[in-house]
Design a protein around this ligand. Structure first.
Ligand code: ATP
Length: 425
């Protein structure tokens, strides 16, 4: 066995228990276990100590299914990646600056992050850290919370040993989220969102001293973060099952106004719709739905200012703006003819319309989504050309009138459409 550089205390959970968890297919599918063992074999061949870290270990010890594999190597991660590709195939994307690599597995969209154990130094609050290769222990010390700062050894006889220099297991037992040092949120205030996410997801508590570190100094640093970084954290929160509670917690920690003075609370009446499955044919994602609902009662000006601060994509800005706009114009549309509804809605994203339907239960919106938007006259531009009409604005006018007649029930079959067309011509 290769000697790991780390020599601190190990054992809290016995190795046999860990091995049992690793072999539980409900936690780790067997192909992932094989993958781990393949990585372990190659690390052993190269003589580099190798670990899975972070969320993998946390979720394994909590007995929760495991998502991603983050592998840390006390040695060159790119080198290990090259070896893995040579032996098992797939593709490697190396990042030489950070000594990391992504191993894209063969015949799969899955990948493994390979990281060279490193030390991080934050020279300026909120800025990205300076990175130098180091030991697994230093690598664990650069992490956000004790429960995320554990490693599980993969190579050689050490397979299955837990490295827990910061007492993550004890905090898992106590169900607390605890930072590793008092400057943690100053170094990287995105950790405030991460703490709230883990707290909500696992029904843990942010440990009081840690919570106390979310102070005006940390919020000042948070205020300076880029829109992209902040939005990414909010995206991750919106993806969570308990997103609404997490946003409430973010608000009560005073974080929302540090992002932007106009950042609203999440309206509790809208919260349930985050959980709603979308059965209709509406392209949906939780993040967009989340932001549409969150900003539904804002003015156009507020939305543009927030979209700018949070670096929204054009599509997301449009989704959010359209939701709020429709919400405001709804009272003026009630009682309109189906054709009027359809032309008013047609340029708006379906997801925004669906969100407003969920809140308002206005049936016309549902009719538009499931039926009206698909209504087209049988006659098309080619037919009009064949009748000797020259293409031009009159073309679209005629087609629009035919479509309205179908929508409003004035035409219900092809021969009625022909009659109407003859009249129009
Ligand atoms: P999740 O289930 O939310 O994906 P995860 O632990 O896999 O949890 P990642 O965001 O994938 O979370 O990060 C992997 C690991 O990297 C974390 O477990 C943590 O150790 C470390 N980490 C991630 N973000 C930070 C950060 N901002 N500061 C310090 N360490 C971080």
């Amino acid at each position: 066995m290769n000697q790991a550089l780390y020599k601190g205390k190990i054992d809290f959970m016995q190795k046999d228990d860990v091995l049992r968890l690793l072999r539980d297919p409900n936690l780790l599918p067997s192909e992932k276990l094989t993958l781990l063992s393949n990585i372990a074999t190659q690390a052993e061949t190269l003589g580099v100590p190798c670990y899975v870290v972070g969320g993998f270990v946390r979720d394994l010890l909590l007995g929760k299914p495991i998502n991603d594999l983050d592998v840390v190597v006390e040695g060159d991660a790119i080198n290990l990646g090259r070896k893995l590709v040579e032996v098992y195939g797939g593709k490697l994307t190396p990042h030489f600056k950070f000594h990391t690599a992504i191993w894209h597995l063969p015949n799969s969209t899955d990948f493994v992050d390979l990281i060279t154990a490193r030390k991080e130094i934050y020279e300026m609050p909120g800025a990205l850290p300076k990175v130098t290769p180091s030991t697994i222990e230093d690598d664990l010390r650069r992490r956000d919370f004790t429960i995320n700062a554990m490693a599980l050894r993969l190579d050689g006889e050490g397979f299955g040993e837990i490295l827990d220099p910061l007492d993550g297991q004890a905090d898992l037992e106590r169900r607390v989220i605890r930072v590793l040092h008092p400057r943690s949120f100053m170094d990287d205030p995105t950790r405030i969102f991460r703490a709230i996410r883990y707290e909500g997801r696992y029904s843990f508590n942010i440990e009081p001293l840690t919570l106390g570190l979310v102070d005006s100094e940390a919020l000042k640093v948070l205020h300076m973060l880029s829109g992209e970084r902040l939005r990414h954290e909010l995206d991750l929160i919106l993806e969570e099952e308990r997103a609404f509670q997490m946003v409430v917690r973010v608000a009560s920690a005073g974080v929302l106004t540090s992002i932007h003075p106009k950042m609203p609370k999440f309206n509790q009446e809208y919260a349930d719709y985050l959980e709603m499955d979308i059965q209709l044919d509406v392209p949906a994602d939780r993040r967009s739905m989340g932001f549409i609902l969150w900003f539904l009662d804002l003015t156009e000006e507020e939305i543009f200012s927030l979209a700018n601060r949070l670096d929204f994509s054009n599509q997301l800005s449009l989704d959010v703006w359209a939701g709020a706009q429709l919400m405001r114009s709804l009272p003026h549309l009630v009682g309109a003819k189906p054709s009027e509804w359809t032309y008013a809605l047609e340029k708006l994203p379906l997801l925004s319309i669906y969100a407003v339907y969920l809140i308002s239960r206005e049936n016309a919106l549902l009719s538009y989504i499931s039926f009206w938007r698909h209504v087209k006259p049988r006659t098309n531009g080619n037919d009009l050309k064949a009748m000797g009409l020259l293409p031009g604005p009159r073309f679209s006018e005629i087609l629009l009138k035919l479509r309205s007649a179908w929508l409003d029930g004035e035409v219900t079959n092809e021969s009625q459409e022909k009659e109407l067309l003859a009249k129009l011509l």
